[in-house]
Design a protein around this ligand. Structure first.
Ligand code: NAP
Ligand code: MN
Length: 267
Protein backbone atom coordinates (compact mmCIF):
# COMPACT_ATOMS: atom_id res chain seq x y z
CA UNK A 1 0.00 0.00 0.00
CA UNK A 2 1.18 3.49 -0.78
CA UNK A 3 0.13 5.94 1.96
CA UNK A 4 0.31 8.87 -0.42
CA UNK A 5 -1.72 7.46 -3.28
CA UNK A 6 -5.43 8.35 -3.41
CA UNK A 7 -8.09 7.12 -5.86
CA UNK A 8 -10.67 9.69 -6.94
CA UNK A 9 -14.16 8.85 -8.19
CA UNK A 10 -16.37 11.70 -9.37
CA UNK A 11 -19.54 12.35 -11.30
CA UNK A 12 -19.45 14.39 -14.46
CA UNK A 13 -21.47 17.42 -13.35
CA UNK A 14 -19.74 20.75 -13.62
CA UNK A 15 -19.68 21.41 -9.89
CA UNK A 16 -18.10 18.05 -9.07
CA UNK A 17 -15.43 18.59 -11.75
CA UNK A 18 -14.59 21.99 -10.26
CA UNK A 19 -14.38 20.59 -6.73
CA UNK A 20 -12.29 17.71 -8.03
CA UNK A 21 -9.73 20.15 -9.48
CA UNK A 22 -9.56 22.12 -6.22
CA UNK A 23 -9.25 18.96 -4.14
CA UNK A 24 -6.54 17.47 -6.35
CA UNK A 25 -4.51 20.67 -6.04
CA UNK A 26 -4.89 20.82 -2.24
CA UNK A 27 -3.90 17.16 -1.94
CA UNK A 28 -0.87 17.64 -4.20
CA UNK A 29 0.22 20.54 -1.98
CA UNK A 30 0.25 18.04 0.89
CA UNK A 31 2.33 15.49 -1.11
CA UNK A 32 -0.43 13.11 -2.15
CA UNK A 33 -0.57 11.44 -5.56
CA UNK A 34 -4.04 11.32 -7.07
CA UNK A 35 -5.34 8.94 -9.69
CA UNK A 36 -8.70 8.57 -11.40
CA UNK A 37 -7.54 5.20 -12.73
CA UNK A 38 -8.16 3.33 -9.46
CA UNK A 39 -5.16 1.53 -7.99
CA UNK A 40 -5.27 -1.39 -5.52
CA UNK A 41 -2.38 0.08 -3.59
CA UNK A 42 -4.03 3.41 -2.74
CA UNK A 43 -4.74 4.30 0.89
CA UNK A 44 -8.06 6.07 0.28
CA UNK A 45 -10.99 6.17 -2.17
CA UNK A 46 -12.48 9.67 -2.40
CA UNK A 47 -15.85 10.03 -4.04
CA UNK A 48 -17.11 13.44 -5.18
CA UNK A 49 -20.84 13.92 -5.82
CA UNK A 50 -23.98 12.69 -4.06
CA UNK A 51 -25.15 9.32 -2.79
CA UNK A 52 -25.70 8.10 -6.35
CA UNK A 53 -22.01 8.78 -7.10
CA UNK A 54 -21.01 7.02 -3.89
CA UNK A 55 -23.05 3.94 -4.81
CA UNK A 56 -21.54 3.91 -8.30
CA UNK A 57 -18.00 4.30 -6.95
CA UNK A 58 -18.54 1.37 -4.59
CA UNK A 59 -19.87 -0.82 -7.43
CA UNK A 60 -17.29 0.37 -10.00
CA UNK A 61 -14.48 -0.40 -7.55
CA UNK A 62 -15.90 -3.92 -7.24
CA UNK A 63 -16.43 -3.31 -3.50
CA UNK A 64 -12.87 -2.19 -2.84
CA UNK A 65 -11.55 -2.71 0.70
CA UNK A 66 -9.69 0.61 0.57
CA UNK A 67 -11.63 3.01 2.84
CA UNK A 68 -14.08 5.38 1.17
CA UNK A 69 -14.84 8.96 2.02
CA UNK A 70 -17.42 11.14 0.27
CA UNK A 71 -17.35 14.83 -0.59
CA UNK A 72 -20.82 16.25 -1.10
CA UNK A 73 -21.38 18.56 -4.04
CA UNK A 74 -24.89 19.68 -3.14
CA UNK A 75 -26.93 16.50 -3.28
CA UNK A 76 -28.70 14.84 -0.36
CA UNK A 77 -25.45 13.07 0.45
CA UNK A 78 -26.10 10.58 3.24
CA UNK A 79 -22.82 8.86 2.43
CA UNK A 80 -21.02 12.13 1.73
CA UNK A 81 -19.77 13.43 5.07
CA UNK A 82 -17.34 16.11 3.87
CA UNK A 83 -18.77 19.45 2.78
CA UNK A 84 -16.91 21.57 0.24
CA UNK A 85 -16.10 24.10 2.98
CA UNK A 86 -14.41 21.35 5.04
CA UNK A 87 -11.87 20.13 2.50
CA UNK A 88 -8.85 21.57 4.35
CA UNK A 89 -9.85 20.22 7.76
CA UNK A 90 -10.63 16.87 6.14
CA UNK A 91 -7.08 16.65 4.74
CA UNK A 92 -5.63 17.59 8.17
CA UNK A 93 -7.79 15.02 9.95
CA UNK A 94 -6.91 12.35 7.41
CA UNK A 95 -3.17 13.00 7.80
CA UNK A 96 -3.51 13.01 11.60
CA UNK A 97 -5.69 9.87 11.51
CA UNK A 98 -8.51 11.62 13.35
CA UNK A 99 -11.26 9.37 12.10
CA UNK A 100 -13.04 6.14 12.82
CA UNK A 101 -13.10 3.29 10.34
CA UNK A 102 -16.67 2.00 9.98
CA UNK A 103 -17.63 -1.25 8.30
CA UNK A 104 -20.73 -1.09 6.11
CA UNK A 105 -22.04 -4.57 5.40
CA UNK A 106 -23.55 -5.44 2.05
CA UNK A 107 -26.45 -7.70 1.12
CA UNK A 108 -25.90 -10.40 -1.45
CA UNK A 109 -28.63 -11.73 -3.72
CA UNK A 110 -28.22 -15.06 -5.44
CA UNK A 111 -30.51 -15.26 -8.45
CA UNK A 112 -31.17 -18.97 -8.93
CA UNK A 113 -32.23 -20.46 -12.24
CA UNK A 114 -32.36 -24.26 -12.61
CA UNK A 115 -29.85 -24.88 -9.80
CA UNK A 116 -27.28 -22.30 -11.02
CA UNK A 117 -27.00 -18.80 -9.65
CA UNK A 118 -25.69 -15.33 -10.38
CA UNK A 119 -24.65 -13.28 -7.31
CA UNK A 120 -25.12 -9.53 -6.89
CA UNK A 121 -24.22 -7.21 -3.99
CA UNK A 122 -25.96 -4.08 -2.72
CA UNK A 123 -24.88 -1.31 -0.37
CA UNK A 124 -28.39 0.22 -0.09
CA UNK A 125 -30.93 -2.37 -1.14
CA UNK A 126 -32.53 -4.75 -3.57
CA UNK A 127 -36.13 -4.05 -4.60
CA UNK A 128 -38.25 -6.74 -6.24
CA UNK A 129 -41.23 -5.47 -8.20
CA UNK A 130 -43.42 -6.47 -11.09
CA UNK A 131 -42.37 -5.01 -14.43
CA UNK A 132 -45.91 -4.53 -15.69
CA UNK A 133 -47.60 -2.58 -12.88
CA UNK A 134 -49.50 -5.65 -11.74
CA UNK A 135 -49.55 -7.07 -8.24
CA UNK A 136 -46.72 -9.45 -7.51
CA UNK A 137 -47.12 -12.54 -5.38
CA UNK A 138 -44.00 -13.61 -3.57
CA UNK A 139 -43.47 -16.43 -1.09
CA UNK A 140 -41.15 -15.32 1.70
CA UNK A 141 -39.02 -17.77 3.69
CA UNK A 142 -36.69 -16.92 6.57
CA UNK A 143 -34.18 -19.70 7.27
CA UNK A 144 -36.39 -22.05 5.22
CA UNK A 145 -39.46 -21.23 7.33
CA UNK A 146 -42.39 -20.02 5.20
CA UNK A 147 -43.43 -16.64 6.65
CA UNK A 148 -45.95 -15.23 4.19
CA UNK A 149 -47.26 -15.18 0.69
CA UNK A 150 -46.85 -11.49 -0.02
CA UNK A 151 -49.15 -9.64 -2.38
CA UNK A 152 -48.54 -6.03 -3.30
CA UNK A 153 -46.24 -3.80 -5.34
CA UNK A 154 -43.02 -5.40 -4.16
CA UNK A 155 -40.47 -5.99 -1.41
CA UNK A 156 -37.34 -4.11 -0.41
CA UNK A 157 -34.39 -5.86 1.24
CA UNK A 158 -32.14 -3.18 2.70
CA UNK A 159 -28.90 -2.83 4.65
CA UNK A 160 -28.67 -0.61 7.74
CA UNK A 161 -26.86 2.10 5.73
CA UNK A 162 -29.51 1.81 3.02
CA UNK A 163 -32.34 2.01 5.55
CA UNK A 164 -32.55 5.78 5.05
CA UNK A 165 -33.04 5.46 1.28
CA UNK A 166 -35.90 3.67 -0.54
CA UNK A 167 -36.70 1.70 2.64
CA UNK A 168 -37.40 4.94 4.52
CA UNK A 169 -39.84 6.12 1.82
CA UNK A 170 -41.98 3.01 2.27
CA UNK A 171 -42.13 3.48 6.06
CA UNK A 172 -39.27 1.15 7.03
CA UNK A 173 -37.19 1.82 10.14
CA UNK A 174 -33.89 3.63 10.30
CA UNK A 175 -31.21 1.17 11.43
CA UNK A 176 -27.89 2.34 12.80
CA UNK A 177 -25.36 1.93 9.99
CA UNK A 178 -23.20 -0.68 11.77
CA UNK A 179 -26.05 -2.77 13.16
CA UNK A 180 -25.68 -6.49 12.44
CA UNK A 181 -28.97 -7.20 10.74
CA UNK A 182 -31.02 -6.37 7.66
CA UNK A 183 -34.55 -5.35 6.84
CA UNK A 184 -37.43 -6.60 4.70
CA UNK A 185 -40.03 -3.94 3.88
CA UNK A 186 -43.24 -4.19 1.88
CA UNK A 187 -44.21 -1.77 -0.89
CA UNK A 188 -47.99 -1.25 -0.81
CA UNK A 189 -48.85 -4.61 0.81
CA UNK A 190 -52.43 -5.81 0.30
CA UNK A 191 -54.56 -6.81 3.24
CA UNK A 192 -58.05 -7.92 2.44
CA UNK A 193 -60.22 -11.02 2.52
CA UNK A 194 -58.27 -12.15 -0.50
CA UNK A 195 -54.67 -11.49 0.67
CA UNK A 196 -52.76 -11.34 3.96
CA UNK A 197 -49.40 -9.59 3.84
CA UNK A 198 -47.31 -8.12 6.65
CA UNK A 199 -47.80 -4.37 6.54
CA UNK A 200 -44.70 -3.52 8.57
CA UNK A 201 -41.05 -4.16 7.95
CA UNK A 202 -39.11 -6.81 9.82
CA UNK A 203 -35.49 -6.76 10.89
CA UNK A 204 -33.65 -10.06 10.64
CA UNK A 205 -30.44 -11.13 12.36
CA UNK A 206 -27.29 -10.95 10.29
CA UNK A 207 -27.03 -14.74 9.89
CA UNK A 208 -30.59 -15.26 8.63
CA UNK A 209 -31.07 -16.38 5.06
CA UNK A 210 -34.03 -14.79 3.33
CA UNK A 211 -35.52 -16.59 0.37
CA UNK A 212 -38.06 -15.07 -2.00
CA UNK A 213 -39.87 -17.38 -4.38
CA UNK A 214 -42.13 -15.76 -6.97
CA UNK A 215 -45.26 -17.74 -7.84
CA UNK A 216 -44.77 -19.71 -11.04
CA UNK A 217 -46.89 -17.66 -13.42
CA UNK A 218 -44.99 -14.47 -12.57
CA UNK A 219 -41.39 -15.49 -13.12
CA UNK A 220 -41.28 -13.50 -16.32
CA UNK A 221 -42.93 -10.36 -14.99
CA UNK A 222 -40.56 -9.38 -12.22
CA UNK A 223 -37.57 -7.11 -11.96
CA UNK A 224 -34.91 -6.58 -9.32
CA UNK A 225 -33.35 -3.18 -8.68
CA UNK A 226 -29.83 -3.25 -7.26
CA UNK A 227 -28.89 0.09 -5.63
CA UNK A 228 -31.05 1.90 -8.19
CA UNK A 229 -29.91 -0.16 -11.18
CA UNK A 230 -32.42 -2.39 -12.94
CA UNK A 231 -31.34 -6.01 -13.41
CA UNK A 232 -33.53 -8.32 -15.52
CA UNK A 233 -34.62 -11.41 -13.62
CA UNK A 234 -34.82 -13.62 -16.72
CA UNK A 235 -36.78 -16.60 -15.37
CA UNK A 236 -35.05 -16.57 -11.99
CA UNK A 237 -36.91 -19.20 -9.99
CA UNK A 238 -35.94 -17.89 -6.56
CA UNK A 239 -33.67 -15.37 -4.88
CA UNK A 240 -31.60 -16.00 -1.76
CA UNK A 241 -30.40 -13.05 0.31
CA UNK A 242 -27.53 -13.07 2.80
CA UNK A 243 -26.12 -10.26 4.89
CA UNK A 244 -22.52 -9.41 5.61
CA UNK A 245 -20.71 -11.80 3.26
CA UNK A 246 -18.96 -8.68 1.98
CA UNK A 247 -18.52 -5.20 3.38
CA UNK A 248 -16.86 -1.92 2.53
CA UNK A 249 -14.97 0.46 4.81
CA UNK A 250 -15.83 4.10 5.26
CA UNK A 251 -14.01 6.77 7.23
CA UNK A 252 -16.17 8.73 9.65
CA UNK A 253 -14.78 11.98 10.99
CA UNK A 254 -17.61 13.14 13.25
CA UNK A 255 -18.62 10.33 15.66
CA UNK A 256 -22.25 11.58 15.61
CA UNK A 257 -22.33 11.73 11.82
CA UNK A 258 -25.16 9.22 11.38
CA UNK A 259 -27.56 11.01 13.73
CA UNK A 260 -26.53 14.46 12.48
CA UNK A 261 -27.47 13.23 9.02
CA UNK A 262 -30.91 12.06 10.16
CA UNK A 263 -31.64 15.35 11.88
CA UNK A 264 -30.23 17.57 9.12
CA UNK A 265 -31.81 15.75 6.21
CA UNK A 266 -35.12 14.44 7.56
CA UNK A 267 -36.23 16.83 10.31
P1 NAP B 1 -31.65 9.15 -7.12
O1 NAP B 1 -32.92 9.10 -7.89
O2 NAP B 1 -30.85 10.40 -7.13
O3 NAP B 1 -31.92 8.73 -5.56
C1 NAP B 1 -33.01 9.11 -4.85
C2 NAP B 1 -32.58 9.82 -3.58
O4 NAP B 1 -32.11 8.86 -2.63
C3 NAP B 1 -31.45 10.83 -3.77
O5 NAP B 1 -31.80 12.02 -3.08
C4 NAP B 1 -30.25 10.14 -3.13
O6 NAP B 1 -29.29 11.05 -2.60
C5 NAP B 1 -30.95 9.41 -2.00
N1 NAP B 1 -30.18 8.32 -1.38
C6 NAP B 1 -29.41 7.36 -1.98
N2 NAP B 1 -28.87 6.56 -1.03
C7 NAP B 1 -29.31 7.00 0.17
C8 NAP B 1 -29.10 6.58 1.52
N3 NAP B 1 -28.34 5.52 1.82
N4 NAP B 1 -29.74 7.25 2.50
C9 NAP B 1 -30.54 8.31 2.22
N5 NAP B 1 -30.76 8.78 0.97
C10 NAP B 1 -30.15 8.12 -0.03
O7 NAP B 1 -30.78 7.87 -7.55
P2 NAP B 1 -29.33 7.51 -6.98
O8 NAP B 1 -28.66 8.74 -6.44
O9 NAP B 1 -28.67 6.69 -8.01
O10 NAP B 1 -29.66 6.57 -5.71
C11 NAP B 1 -30.13 5.27 -5.86
C12 NAP B 1 -31.05 5.03 -4.69
O11 NAP B 1 -32.26 5.75 -4.86
C13 NAP B 1 -31.53 3.60 -4.56
O12 NAP B 1 -30.56 2.78 -3.94
C14 NAP B 1 -32.79 3.80 -3.74
O13 NAP B 1 -32.52 3.68 -2.35
C15 NAP B 1 -33.20 5.22 -3.99
N6 NAP B 1 -34.57 5.25 -4.53
C16 NAP B 1 -35.54 5.76 -3.74
C17 NAP B 1 -36.86 5.75 -4.16
C18 NAP B 1 -37.89 6.30 -3.23
O14 NAP B 1 -37.54 6.80 -2.17
N7 NAP B 1 -39.17 6.19 -3.56
C19 NAP B 1 -37.19 5.24 -5.40
C20 NAP B 1 -36.17 4.73 -6.20
C21 NAP B 1 -34.84 4.74 -5.75
P3 NAP B 1 -28.39 11.99 -3.57
O15 NAP B 1 -29.30 13.15 -3.91
O16 NAP B 1 -27.24 12.42 -2.70
O17 NAP B 1 -27.99 11.17 -4.76
MN1 MN C 1 -28.73 10.78 -6.89
Amino acid sequence: MSDNLINIYFNSDEKSMKIKNTLVQRLKDRDFYITDDPSDSASLNICIGGDGSFLRAVHDSNFSQIPFVGINTGHLGFYQEILISQIDSFIDNFINKKYKLTKLSLISAKLFKSGKFKELFALNEFAIKSDNSRICHLNVYIDEYHLERFAGDGLIVSTPSGSTAYNFSVGGSVLYQELKGYQLSPIAPINSKAYRSLTNSIVMPDNSVLKIVPIKGELNNLEIINDGVLIPLEDTDHIEFNFGLKSINKLVFNPNWYWINIKDKFL
